[in-house]
Design a protein around this ligand. Structure first.
Ligand code: ATP
Ligand code: MG
Length: 716
């Protein structure tokens, strides 16, 4: 039960610029649980950012506010927006994902669960290799399947013993035992996986009253964006964080729930009014993002889905351009038409009214269902010299060279991190072979020691020749030395020296060139390494350059402190700022974002909606229907990213494996209820595009020439 006044909190508070009445109501309601339930583009995220300001204005300290976003990128964006809205005090607000919040809780209070503060966070590849080891399999695909099931068990709150008790068959029983061995290894390595970042904080809050009391007292208000995509465990964490007072604000849209396949559940939305009978529900109806033509198409598509809560959305931005549908011969042709469309809109030959003020590259995005679809667009963009970025694909931190370096750095903060040890000791190779490592591993398991501890054990000489022990200990001493240096490296300048020395010590550049056949690839990898070092150094604070190039003074941190934070940052793009490039993105990664011009590509049956499993004999009619509903929500998310123009394309022929098959337009195209469907390729479009490309190249050439002349004149 809430102890807060039930209503009337809006009176006497200053009005807030840039919010409509319903938004203001949500922002001004601060003393109890609040749910903002509304369709796409209605200003839910804006409510969160403004409410942070309002809470501070009402007397909460920034540190008492936590705002939880769905991705690191969304957190970075919200931090920016909050900063421009409320200035410096926004810095103290905890704006992060559920996972990052989990890390913070575990670093502070994980001791109660036997975790050291420097525990390591395993990435998906680490988990696969530990599972291979725990289950005695060499097959990565099998291990990944185990990983998937174990993750699902963990997300529904089951430990290995409980999973075994409720196993439905022998296969599950065996897997539950593998899970037990996996968990033992994680404890031994002082490591946690991504699911633990939610599961362990929950355990902490549930079982340790003093920790729960501390967090409840520390947090005056918790705000959650994209609430429809939280899972059951995250909801439990939220409940325990806010306690009886229930001071939280959740915003969401059941029509945009697109992570059901990863355990997100709409039950969380249904349960809120039951668990919090005093819940204040605010509905927003005005969409500020899209034209009426786009919004109508979106509403039509989502229409056939069952409604959890009825919603209406209107736009006052005018009818705008009709939604266009185009058909293409195949993927390459589609990419060419998209290029032509971008160039034509930028040239302003059409759509004068709507297109004219949105002509930067960053005003365009191409959205697709699956990661691999980006490639053909990348190629076409390169050919046409269109700058772009791919989001939602392989992240910077997934690259092998960055993982190598992170392995080393992780080992510095947690010597017991065996997967990191294996990576570091073998990258670059230092004459310690797998027979030695296997013996070291066996020794460690026998005496319950980590690999690092084992190498300094007096009795290691009994199982390994002196030479091997010598090399291992030399490696160990080097690590100790490096750790000592990292602890005493403070600020960006020192950090650069530290990183440089370290890479030289281990001869990493040579390792990259030796490992790659192509020099070009090796050079690109080395550039990534430099990029990474630069980024790490910046994070160490001191005198650094901000995004505008100005020198600013930031709080200094030690290298070791910074290293502790890196495992969770899945993308370096946080610091990229607002680059002027076209975005290529999966639909999933586009959630919450918006662009003036959106191109929704390859809308064919089998891709969007994705395979629904009709050919799968085991799939029930109900599961197929549920999948279709989630795909429909994905289409809704895609359409509602568009502000001014929307192009939907489909393929008459498409690749399926090695074959070419006929493409059928997605059923969602018909569901959009457009007056006119397919727009044929206009020959003028091609000519215009060619002209635009030519003009662009000429302009680039002229600019380069002018620059060269200016440089020559200034003697550079
Ligand atoms: P999504 O469901 O896609 O996450 P959302 O509901 O979070 O969308 P926002 O991203 O907050 O919506 O807002 C959509 C757009 O409308 C943004 O450009 C935002 O700045 C703008 N907007 C929101 N509220 C208002 C308002 N009251 N007046 C003017 N513009 C607004
Ligand atoms: Mg939003």
């Amino acid at each position: 039960m809430s102890t807060s006044p039930p209503s009337g909190t809006t009176s006497g508070t200053p009005s807030i610029a840039g919010l409509n009445l319903a938004q203001q109501e949500a922002v001004n309601y601060m003393h109890g649980p609040c749910l903002v339930l509304a369709g796409a583009g209605s200003g839910k995220t804006r409510v969160i950012t403004h409410k942070i300001g309002r809470l501070i204005q009402a007397g909460l300290k920034p540190e008492q506010i936590a705002a939880i976003t769905f991705t690191n990128k969304a957190a970075a964006e919200m931090r920016e927006r909050a900063k421009s809205l409320i200035g410096k005090s926004a810095r103290g607000v905890l704006i992060c994902t559920f996972h990052a919040l989990g890390v913070r809780m575990l670093r502070q209070d994980g001791g109660a669960l036997g975790l050291k503060p420097q525990f390591s966070i395993l990435d998906s590849d680490d988990v696969t290799s530990i599972l291979k080891d725990a289950g005695g399999s060499t097959d990565a695909a099998t291990a990944r399947q185990w990983q998937w099931t174990i993750s699902a068990w963990k997300n529904s709150g089951l430990n290995a013993a409980q999973a075994e008790a409720q196993a439905a068959n022998d296969e599950e029983r065996v897997l539950a035992r593998i899970m037990a061995r996996y968990e033992e290894r994680l404890t031994a390595y002082q490591s946690v996986d991504f699911d633990d970042l939610i599961g362990l904080p929950l355990k902490l809050l549930k079982e340790h009253d003093e920790v729960r009391d501390k967090w409840q007292a520390a947090l005056g208000h918790v705000l959650v964006d994209e609430y429809q995509d939280t899972n059951a465990t995250q909801y439990e964490v939220l409940k325990l964080l806010v306690g009886e007072r229930g001071r939280f604000t959740a915003v969401g849209d059941d029509d945009q729930s697109i992570y059901g396949w990863r355990g997100a559940t709409l039950d969380n939305l249904k349960r809120l009014p039951v668990d919090y009978p005093e819940l204040k529900v605010v509905k927003l109806e005005q969409n500020y993002r899209s034209t009426s033509a786009i919004l109508r198409a979106a509403n039509n598509v989502i229409g056939p889905n069952p409604k959890l809560y009825p919603k209406t959305l209107f736009s006052e931005l005018g009818e705008g351009e009709p939604v266009r549908v185009i058909d293409c011969d195949g993927e390459e042709h589609e990419a060419d038409r998209v290029v032509a469309r971008i160039q034509s809109l930028r040239a302003g030959g059409e759509l004068q009214a709507v297109g004219s003020q949105y002509k930067d590259w960053k005003d365009f995005s191409v959205l697709y269902r699956a990661n691999h679809q980006a490639k053909v667009f990348e190629k076409a963009f390169r050919r046409a010299q269109i700058p772009y970025k791919v989001s939602g694909g392989q992240s910077f931190f997934d690259r092998a060279e960055i993982k190598d370096l992170c392995g080393w750095l992780r080992l510095l903060t947690n010597n017991d991190d065996d997967p990191a040890f294996m990576r570091a000791v073998t990258t670059p190779k230092r004459g310690i072979g797998h027979v030695t490592l296997q013996a070291l591993g066996n020794f460690g398991s026998q005496y319950k020691l980590s690999l690092f501890e084992s190498l300094f054990s007096n009795s290691l000489g009994a199982v390994l020749p002196a030479k091997a022990v010598g090399s291992l200990q030399e490696f160990g001493r080097y690590l100790n030395d490096l750790e000592h240096r990292a602890k005493h490296t403070l600020g960006a300048q020192d950090a650069r020296v530290f990183l440089n020395d370290w890479l030289k010590d281990i001869d990493y550049e040579k390792h990259l060139y030796d490992a790659e056949d192509s020099e070009k690839v090796a050079a690109a990898r080395w550039t990534n390494v430099m990029d990474f070092c630069d980024w790490m150094a910046q994070r160490c604070g001191g005198q650094i350059e901000d995004t505008s190039g100005a020198t600013v003074e930031k709080e200094r941190k030690t290298m070791l402190e910074v290293v502790q934070t890196i495992a969770l940052l899945s993308t370096i793009s946080e610091r990229e700022g607002d680059q002027d490039v076209v975005t290529l993105s999966t639909l999933h990664a586009a959630k919450g974002l918006e662009w003036p011009h959106v191109m929704l590509v390859s809308c064919v049956e089998g891709l969007l909606p994705f395979k629904l499993g009709e050919d799968d004999a085991e799939a029930s009619a109900e599961s197929i229907a549920l999948r279709l509903q989630e795909e429909r929500r994905l289409m809704y998310v895609g359409i509602t990213r568009a502000q001014r123009t929307l192009l939907v394309s489909w393929l008459r022929r498409r690749k399926k494996g090695r074959e070419m098959i006929a493409g059928t337009p997605s059923r969602f195209i018909a569901e959009m209820g457009l007056d006119k469907t397919t727009v044929k390729e206009d020959p003028r479009e091609k000519i215009r595009a060619l002209r635009a490309e030519f003009a662009q190249r000429a302009a680039d050439g002229l600019a380069a020439q002018a620059l060269a002349e200016a440089n020559a004149k200034s003697g550079l």
